[in-house]
Design a protein around this ligand. Structure first.
Ligand code: IMP
Ligand code: MG
Length: 175
């Protein structure tokens, strides 16, 4: 039988679109005259990244890294692995990391440390969602879409064990 847990809408596609517009105008304003390099964390950020870049109207470039700390579990293992690293040199570039969720903050702070060592001209973070009550390490988010409660969310690129990424809205899962 197909796995169908109960789900409840948390953030609608309309609210997401408004947040993407707002984030894009903040980013556009701050990066005027620059050619930022956006680095998306796969796989969760790919839908957000696709919507965001099409609102930016900047001569940006992009790359992706694939990190994993989760496997099939819903709790972070606390250990981050690089599954696919960067293909673009970032020294002296204006780098903006694009993430789907900051949960414990471990994944994001690991990536920011990894990138900082490569001496970018600037390094900032844009996250679609943040669960501040779950942070285990400090992370400062420069551009934030939504603060979300301590619940497991899916949709708009975000998965539960690879399921539900295709949903256009964001849902909480209840099991
Ligand atoms: P962190 O290292 O605990 O901050 O976790 C970050 C990553 O865990 C995110 O990029 C997500 O891929 C994943 N994650 C955290 N919370 C959720 C959730 O509610 N739904 C799906 N994935 C999540
Ligand atoms: Mg992720």
């Amino acid at each position: 039988m197909v796995f169908q847990p109960q789900r409840k809408i948390l953030i609608s596609r309309g609210e997401i679109a408004k947040a993407v517009d707002r984030l894009a105008s903040e980013i556009k304003r701050d990066y005027q005259g620059k050619q930022p390099l956006l680095i998306g964390i796969l796989k969760g950020s790919f839908v957000f990244m696709a919507d965001l870049i099409r609102q930016l109207d900047l001569p940006l470039e992009l790359d992706f890294v694939r990190l994993s700390s989760y496997g099939a579990a819903r709790e972070s293992s606390g250990k981050v692995r690089i599954i696919q690293g960067l293909n673009t040199p970032i020294k002296d570039r204006d780098v903006l990391v694009v993430e789907d969720i900051v949960d414990t903050g471990i994944t994001t702070s690991f990536l920011l440390d990894y990138l900082r060592k490569r001496k970018p001209a600037s390094l900032k973070l844009c996250a679609l969602t943040d669960k501040p009550s779950r942070h285990k390490v400090p992370v400062s988010i420069d551009y934030l879409g939504f603060t979300v409660p301590d619940e497991f969310i899916v949709g708009y690129g975000i998965d539960c064990d690879e399921k539900f990424r295709y949903l256009p809205d964001i849902y909480t899962l209840e099991d």
